[in-house]
Ligand binder design. Structure first.
Ligand code: GDP
Length: 314
């Protein structure tokens, strides 16, 4: 049997989680580690909520609500309704089963476990075969500086529905947060490092900005590839396109390629953006043109197979 290809994926909540699922569906061919963004974590109802870690775990466990785009399929909302009745802040909806995840995570953290240990134990309980590693165990939060003032990420994203104009992104904890040894080892030991099709500014940038992570990726012995989260000049979901524009980036696959030039050597763009290939190659990147819209398991698996294929047997 051929050796398993060690793949380490950097991911946020939606696009990255779907690609994680696609990679996991490749079965024994791939030994998968997913490094999850934690900079959009928050405290809600006294609980530690980790939207990206949970999205990744739910996708890998096959229980994600892929229609709504967050939470667990078929989840109910009794707890939310009661919390609202009791006068709790109700702008952040968490389903009942989803709430259980945050309750158990918070219990383990209060018992003194590192977030890495917590996620490892919970992923194992969900029978997830891949390793899911938070980028850091430390407190590390995106601050969205907007025309309405500095906002916590979920405040901007959910409560204010991404309406304020973004002026700047900063990371609270940037001076103190450290990447975990586990995640640095997963980058160093990978045959292939993949930057998933996630928001480059609030999902991938916080991971790469942790001390030593950019240089670890640059020094990785494996090959490095990114998948564009911008397709035909738009985000499939969320504020990525507007954020890129507000912060002076071109809203296109090429605009994202510019952000990742130097960090990866290969860039995957959608068939819809095939015309952009020469201008991305001019940035010094090899370009693969593929169907990148993962509307279901089949598309996610096919994209994952095409992303991994050049690294097979490395
Ligand atoms: P969030 O944490 O939920 O905001 O999710 P992400 O950090 O993963 O970023 C959202 C980005 O993922 C958006 O720019 C989307 O366009 C992109 N995205 C979501 N699904 C897909 C997909 O199936 N294919 C591609 N290429 N991009 C996707």
């Amino acid at each position: 049997m051929a050796r398993r290809t060690r793949v380490t994926l950097l991911a946020g909540g939606t696009g990255g989680a779907k690609l994680a699922r696609g990679l996991a569906l490749l079965g024994d061919a791939v030994d998968l580690t997913v490094i999850a963004n934690v900079a959009d974590d928050t405290e809600m109802h006294g609980l530690h909520v980790s939207p990206d870690i949970d999205a990744i775990c739910y996708h890998l466990a096959g229980i994600a609500d892929t229609e709504r785009g967050w939470g667990i399929a078929g989840d109910t909302r009794s707890a939310h309704a009661m919390l609202e009745r009791l006068g709790a802040p109700a702008w952040f909806t968490i389903g009942d089963a989803d709430l259980a995840t945050s309750i158990e995570r918070t219990r383990r953290l209060r018992d003194g476990q590192r977030l890495t240990e917590v996620v490892t134990a919970m992923a194992s309980a969900l029978r997830i075969g891949a390793r899911v590693l938070p980028a850091t165990d430390d407190r590390y939060r995106t601050v969205v500086v907007t025309d309405a003032g500095p906002l916590e990420f979920q405040d901007y994203f959910v409560r204010l529905r991404q309406e304020p104009e973004v002026r700047e992104l900063t990371f609270d904890g940037a001076d103190t947060a450290r990447p975990t040894n586990e995640m640095l080892e997963a980058i160093a030991g990978a045959d292939l490092v993949v930057i998933g099709p996630s928001n480059p500014l609030v999902s991938i940038a916080p991971i790469v900005a942790l001390p030593g992570v950019r240089s670890a990726i640059e020094a990785a012995r494996g090959s490095r590839v990114a998948v564009s989260p911008i397709v035909a000049g738009a985000a499939l979901k969320g504020p990525a396109a507007r954020m890129l524009a507000s912060l002076g980036h071109e809203v296109s696959a090429r605009g994202v390629a510019r952000i990742y030039a130097g960090l990866v050597e290969r860039f995957v763009i959608d068939l819809a953006d095939a015309d952009a290939a020469p201008s991305i190659e001019a940035l010094g990147l090899a370009v693969d043109v593929l169907p990148t819209i993962m509307s279901g398991d089949e598309q996610a698996r096919a994209l994952a197979a095409a992303v991994v294929e050049p690294a097979t047997g490395a």
